[in-house]
Design a protein around this ligand. Structure first.
Ligand SMILES: Nc1ncnc2c1ncn2[C@@H]1O[C@H](COP(=O)(O)OP(=O)(O)OP(=O)(O)O)[C@@H](O)[C@H]1O
Length: 355
């Protein structure tokens, strides 16, 4: 079922948590709400769930206005960062809970509940833990059970608020793969909140990038990474070097250096900022008179497949970060303090005022 929010705003005191947010979440897709802490992701999720009321705007679930419906009637499954499992109940009973508390008229028989819980335990691949108490599970197992419990009521949409936020990095990585596979199987329209770029880009079909209560961009992960709509999105999705200067007819004049930026015409004289990812800079030994940014190698770190280099500009003394394959780094045989020329191979230019 699709989810749509239209012109949602929400204030807490004089703080604007959401500022006129409109979004459509397609049916059956897994969408990540991504942004830094405090940008309003959780508030948006809570409004969709019915746990919070917007000051203005509307929420539509499957085309129907949901604000008129109580949380209970929205058929929304919710998973929080901190496992909200009942400690005194077995895993089995935790999953069955939402089914047992239904009004008698709507309640399934004990046998039907048992079958559904077993099916869910199999789905999250933890059927062997049915009789355990939540305290005897690992953090990752608890979150999988929390998900099974959210799915027990056969929700029309699934909302996950930093579901892996409290887990250590390895388990987090495992669980995001697992969530992706689970989603392929169940295809329930799902939104998950995260502030982790890698998690969002790896798991989601669609990413919504937010900052300070507003949406900056929505799109497929590869799309937002390759074509960030704003300087904020560019900086938030990965490391970036900024070169301030002026672009004219495919040439960036920055500090005392000239760099070719083919295809960029400039914006008619005002200041520009070229955004360049560390992997999109080529390094060469310096020869007098060549175009490019003259730098000195300050530090390098080449463990594993990727070498990281920190360079200092000769003209402005700013640092530049470059990454390259360790193999290539070995071939170049660079020495500390050596003078080099850096040339961006791929740039995004934003006017300085937009940053
Ligand atoms: N009940 C509340 N009362 C007052 N302020 C609130 C309340 N809930 C949220 N806020 C504020 O609204 C802003 C947005 O909060 P929200 O939890 O939606 O952000 P978030 O992007 O989910 O951040 P995080 O990743 O840290 O959870 C924050 O500045 C937060 O302090």
């Amino acid at each position: 079922m699709s989810i749509e929010v239209r012109s949602i705003s929400k204030q807490f005191g004089n703080h604007t948590a959401l500022d006129n947010v409109s979004l459509t979440f397609p049916d059956g897709k897994l969408t990540a709400l991504l942004g830094p802490s405090g940008c309003g992701k959780t508030t948006l999720l809570r409004i969709i769930a019915g746990l919070e009321h917007p000051d203005s705007g509307d929420v539509y679930l499957g085309g129907e206005n949901a604000l008129a419906h109580h949380v209970r009637d929205r058929q929304v499954g919710f998973v929080f960062q901190h496992y909200a499992l009942f400690r005194h109940m077995s895993v089995f009973e935790n999953i069955a809970f939402g089914l047992r508390v239904r009004p008698r008229k709507e309640r399934l028989s004990n046998e039907a509940i048992r079958k559904r819980v077993i099916r869910l335990l199999e789905l999250v691949q933890l059927d062997w833990l049915a009789d355990r108490r939540p305290t005897a599970l690992s953090g990752g197992q608890r979150q999988r059970i929390a998900l099974a419990r959210a799915l027990a009521i056969e929700p029309r949409v699934l909302l996950l608020d930093e579901p892996f936020g409290a887990l250590d990095a390895t388990v987090r990585k495992e669980l995001r793969q697992w969530l992706r596979r689970l989603h392929e199987e169940i295809r329930v329209t799902s939104l998950f909140v995260t502030h982790d770029q890698d998690e969002a880009l790896e798991v989601a079909d669609e990413v919504v990038i937010m900052n300070r209560g507003s949406v900056h961009q929505t799109g497929a992960p590869a799309e937002v990474y390759a074509r960030p709509a704003t300087p904020f999105v560019y900086g938030f999705l990965g490391n970036v070097n900024l070169f301030r200067g002026r672009v004219q007819d495919g040439v960036l004049q920055t500090g005392s250096c000239r760099v070719g930026v083919p295809g960029h015409l400039g914006n008619g004289g005002s200041d520009d900022i070229a955004y360049v990812r560390p992997q999109d800079i080529q390094l060469e030994r310096y020869t007098p008179g060549t175009d490019g940014i003259v730098v000195e190698l300050e530090r390098s770190h080449a463990i594993g497949p990727v070498a990281q280099l920190v360079l200092r500009r000769r003209d402005t003394q700013e640092t530049i970060e470059v990454v390259m394959a360790t193999e290539r780094f070995g071939e170049l045989q660079l020495k500390a303090r050596e003078t080099l020329v850096a040339r961006p191979t791929r740039v995004h230019i934003f006017p300085a005022g937009q940053a």
